[in-house]
Design a protein around this ligand. Structure first.
Ligand SMILES: [Zn+2]
Length: 299
């Protein structure tokens, strides 16, 4: 069976997997991203992961999911490369070409690779059309239909669902706009909600865990669930997809907010039954498996 390397580049860690045609991860390697140390260090760490996975193996190609607006034709990060210093503007394919000795390499947006994984083997397998939201440090998005594949947009800025505006003149976002979705329904946003209510800081997962006993945590999570539920109404009305799949780190706490979110969605949508809302099946491995699938699809 053919094997490829799938890499999930995040702001904290780089996870790599040697993946076969069935989507099984046969071997794993990881490094700290070194996000604050800049482009050269991060590229070096990616190569360490690649070298470790390639040792003694025949590999057909490499796929990599990166934060940012990605020009998939060039393999270049156009803008907003997450929290990785000097990541905007880097042509990952060119930078790594010499070091990988002519192996094909494909770069994709990180939310897109998660969506590709869920479509291949996960929660939205077989659906004609779906939207993916990844709720992590920020909010990533992907728009997919069987008929036309991923939606990229003219400037590779399509499907940036985290930067739709939820609150005009709201919180300033890293993208330069105000009131973006990711300022209200990401992991970081939950912490900001709590800070606004109490003047104190608490980790997101602790806020969720205490939301049934502590009134400030409860109010924080209620607000998060409400904002996400309302945003799903917008998604339903803009895209009318067969399904929405929600992934990212915040999904680990879904027992505290999933039903609340559905309630707000159903109360506010004119046709709530018309769209399935599903939690992602692959969490930490989605990036690696989806990045690998990108390579298989090109072969
Ligand atoms: Zn934004």
């Amino acid at each position: 069976m053919k094997k490829v390397i799938g890499i999930d580049l995040g702001g904290t860690s780089i996870y790599g997997g040697l993946v076969d045609e069935k989507g099984e991860i046969l071997k794993r390697a990881s490094r700290d991203t070194g996000a604050q140390e800049g482009r050269k260090v991060v590229l070096g760490r990616i190569m360490e992961v690649v070298d470790e996975l390639m040792e003694g193996e025949t590999v057909e190609g490499i796929g990599l999911g990166s934060p940012g607006f990605i020009d998939v034709k060039q393999g270049k990060v156009l803008f907003l490369g997450g929290n990785i210093r000097e990541w905007t503007g880097v042509n990952i394919r060119e930078e790594l070409a010499d070091r990988i000795g002519g192996l094909p390499i494909y770069i994709e947006n990180d939310a897109n690779v998660a969506a590709i994984c869920e479509e291949w083997l996960g929660a939205v397998k077989g659906l004609e059309s779906f939207i993916m939201l990844t709720l992590g440090t920020g909010v990533g998005g992907a728009i997919y239909s069987k008929e036309s594949g991923m939606w990229y947009g003219k400037n590779y800025q399509g499907a940036e669902l985290g930067h739709a505006v939820l609150y005009p003149n709201g919180r300033l976002c890293g993208c330069g706009q105000k009131g973006c979705v990711e300022q209200y329904v990401s992991g970081n946003a939950v912490e900001k909600n709590y800070l606004e209510i109490t003047g104190q800081r608490m980790k997101g997962k602790d806020i969720f865990a205490r939301s049934e006993t502590d009134k400030n945590c409860k109010a924080t999570v209620e607000k998060f669930a409400q904002d996400l539920g309302l945003y799903l109404v917008n998604i339903k009305n803009i895209f009318d997809p067969e399904g929405v799949v929600i992934g990212g780190g915040v999904i680990n706490s879904k027992e505290y907010w999933w039903d609340k979110m559905l309630k707000y969605y159903k109360e506010n949508c004119n046709n709530p039954e018309g769209m399935e809302i599903l939690p992602a099946k692959f969490l930490n491995d989605a990036g690696m498996i989806g990045a690998a699938k990108v390579v298989f699809d090109k072969m």
